[in-house]
Design a protein around this ligand. Structure first.
Ligand code: CA
Length: 312
């Protein structure tokens, strides 16, 4: 295995995704999209996984973000969910409520605390995906349509640029980002993956502005400069890394999730660690903090969730 790469999670997920370091609670959040689970992992003083708490819901979870004031916001199924600290689940905006052919995929919060998340069709139909923004008042705005597999989202350290990967087109695009309004403009492609079958999946941005992109079917995470030039490649012992995020007490460990679903016996024989979460140290750069959702939630407004574990 590449020096510095360690197997971190004890068990594999089907489609482990969306690692996020919750700095305030010093825990790693991640999801299993197909397993319909959100995980919270605490670390030992040596950085090993200490304990995992898991919350299951009744729909596919694309992404999670911590909520300011407690609890977690999820992009799941046809829209957004909130899970309070007791594990109760509430529906927030449901922009795709009238469709069963699409689901929420990756998402992340911007520096102002809005939660962005995109969709994809289950059959990966070109152009069937959209990008949504959960506003601070709980309403939902359609930001982009015509995406295919809306995936990793991140912001440059000065928050002037937003990055979005689309696994359907194989591109990571950059936009000028207006923090006060949340508007994006001046779309341009910064990374185009041209290896056959390899596509960009989740991404994160480090404090130097480097863009770390998980390469689905590429068995690696690449670091790109803001102009799209390739700066580094870290090989992983699995073909399908799905996303990455910096975390740990010093924000300098890169956590990488991976997928196991749909691999046949031969593929699993070659990569028995598929589905695990990996931790990579020694990269020499720190990440930006995972940003929380700062909008209104049932917990922050003193309300109560009306379902438990999605069993509505
Ligand atoms: Ca993804």
């Amino acid at each position: 295995m590449t020096p510095g790469v360690k197997v971190w999670s004890a068990t594999p997920g089907l489609l482990s995704e969306g690692p996020r370091w919750h700095e305030e609670r010093q825990e790693l959040l991640w999801v299993d999209i197909l397993g319909r689970q959100m995980h919270r992992g605490t670390l030992s003083p040596h950085g090993a996984l200490e304990r995992v708490e898991t919350i299951s819901v009744d729909r596919h979870i694309g992404a999670v973000a911590p909520a300011d004031g407690g609890g977690y916001v999820l992009a799941a199924g046809a829209g957004f969910l909130f899970i309070d600290d007791a594990g109760s689940v509430c529906e927030l905006a449901q922009p795709e409520a009238d469709r069963t052919d699409v689901r929420m995929n990756d998402g992340a919060c911007d520096p102002q605390g809005r939660f962005w998340a995109g969709t994809m069709a289950y059959d990966e139909s070109p152009g069937a995906g959209a990008l949504y923004r959960l506003e601070l008042d709980g309403s939902c705005t359609t930001v982009l349509t015509g995406l295919t597999i809306s995936n990793g989202i991140g912001w440059s350290p000065d928050a002037s640029t937003m990055y979005l990967s689309d696994s359907g087109t194989g591109c990571v695009d950059a936009f000028r980002f207006d923090g006060s309004s949340g508007a994006i403009s001046d779309r341009r492609t910064v990374v185009r993956i041209d290896q056959p079958g390899v596509v960009p999946d989740g991404l994160t941005v480090d404090e130097e502005g480097g863009i770390w992109v998980a390469l689905w079917n590429g068995g690696a995470v690449n670091r790109y400069a803001a102009d799209g030039s390739l700066l580094a490649t870290v090989q992983l012992p699995v073909e399908r890394p799905t996303s990455c995020a910096f975390g740990g007490p010093d924000q300098d460990t890169l956590f990488v999730t991976s997928a196991r679903a749909d691999l046949d016996d031969d593929a699993l024989g070659r990569q028995p660690l598929a589905g695990r979460v990996f931790a990579i140290d020694g990269l020499g750069v720190r990440g930006l903090s995972c940003l929380p959702y700062r909008g209104r939630t049932p917990q922050s407004s003193g309300g109560e969730c009306y379902t438990r574990n999605g069993a509505a």
